[in-house]
Design a protein around this ligand. Structure first.
Ligand code: ATP
Length: 362
């Protein structure tokens, strides 16, 4: 099996006067594990329906492997689709479910069974070939659905929140399995999710979407460390947020005057003195000041609470109306007791400033 690349060339979708997907240019590479991440209703499924052929773009076009897909229906495309709702056939055995698409293509029964068993070996279900779906666990049923989708040798596998019905442990296990199957087959995966953990851990690249627009495309590292705008910064991962006004600019660094103090941060480009702006800093980059060693980016805060999560702790403090999280990964530090009044700090290069803009609700 081999993946194909996908191009959205100015593709948009309107439902009446409502724009579900604004004109979008996007290239997904052949053999890539590509995720589309965004809140409910942002247009993820609409993009997937365009790729699968269940929906035609209102403007622009979709190309798969360089071929324009305009007017080509779902069954004629080199794509297969896996939904959250797996829709296995309950009265067929596992192998018959996997071979279903081959029967439609006129394969003989012995050849169908042989091929189904090969695919069941790929998803480690050989021993379950003659059971019915009801006799399998949720994760095993998920793997049958994957094997069934792979049977028709798609160049592109489209997955719409395929793990969201599974419990946490199984979901984590299936993430690794999906990644492994993708690598082994070389198929292009387009994976839709609103779960950032899923998108960031499995994907070669992620597109972050909001209100029908792709806000940023990049590797998980890039999106986490260099968010393109306030929506991405607030949607992906945890962030502490300060609101204020730009009081100084020095090259890439700006000084933000906020109710909690004055703070230096990078990413000043495009900002001017007096602009209303916000500063983002990750909880793992915020620290409690010991022995008064920090000289800049400090704020006097009141201890609120500490949540222990195994070997880590999330400590929460309050300062001038704002609540801030400090992620502690050092066990000794995380279990030390704290006075009610403390000073917290963060390095200027760990913080970014941006013009006031849209934030994710979460
Ligand atoms: P979720 O994670 O909740 O599935 P999503 O990001 O996949 O959300 P879409 O299903 O793509 O979102 O929907 C995007 C927007 O388009 C939503 O506001 C939705 O209500 C709207 N929409 C989707 N399908 C139709 C339709 N057939 N007619 C009218 N509006 C639609």
């Amino acid at each position: 099996m081999r993946g194909k690349d996908i191009v959205l060339d100015g593709a948009s979708v309107m439902f009446g006067s409502f724009t579900a997907v604004h004109p979008t240019d996007l290239k997904i590479e052949a053999g890539e594990f590509f995720s589309i991440l965004g809140p409910s209703g942002c247009g993820k499924t609409t993009i997937l329906r365009m790729l699968s052929g269940f929906l035609q773009p209102t403007e622009g076009e979709v190309l798969i492997g360089g071929e324009p897909m305009t007017g080509i229906g779902p069954s004629k495309r080199p794509t297969a689709l896996i939904f959250q709702n797996l829709a296995l056939f309950p009265l067929m055995t596992v192998w018959e479910n996997v071979a279903f698409g081959l029967e439609m293509r006129g394969w003989s029964k012995p050849k169908r069974r042989e091929r189904a068993l090969e695919l069941l070996a790929t998803v480690e279900l050989t021993d379950h070939a003659d059971k019915t779906p009801a006799e399998l666990s949720g994760g095993q049923r998920q793997r049958v659905a994957i094997a069934r989708a792979l049977a028709v040798e798609p160049a592109v596998l489209l997955l719409d929140e395929p793990l969201s019905a599974l419990d946490l442990k199984l979901r984590q296990h299936m993430r690794a399995e999906l990644k492994q199957i993708q690598k082994a087959t070389g198929i292009t995966f387009v994976y839709i999710t609103h779960d950032q953990g899923e998108a960031l851990t499995m994907s070669d690249r992620v597109a972050v979407m909001n209100q029908g627009r792709i806000e940023q495309v990049g590797t998980a590292d890039h999106i986490y460390s260099a968010p393109a705008n306030s929506f991405v910064a607030s949607f992906v991962g945890e962030n502490n947020l300060l609101h204020g006004e730009i009081a100084e600019i020095n090259g890439d660094y700006a000084l933000l005057a906020a109710p909690q103090g004055r703070f230096r941060a990078r990413n000043a480009h495009g900002l001017n003195l007096g602009d209303k702006a916000m500063l983002f800093v990750r909880p793992e980059r915020m620290q409690i000041v010991a022995n008064g060693e920090a000289t800049e980016n400090t704020m006097a805060a009141k201890f609120l609470r500490r949540d222990l999560e195994g070997p880590f702790a999330n400590l929460f403090v309050r300062c001038n109306g704002g609540e801030f999280a400090i992620h502690q990964t050092n066990l000794a530090e995380a279990s030390a007791s704290h006075p009610e009044d403390l000073t917290v700090t963060f390095p200027a290069d760990a913080a970014i400033v941006m013009a006031e803009g849209i934030l994710a609700d979460e």
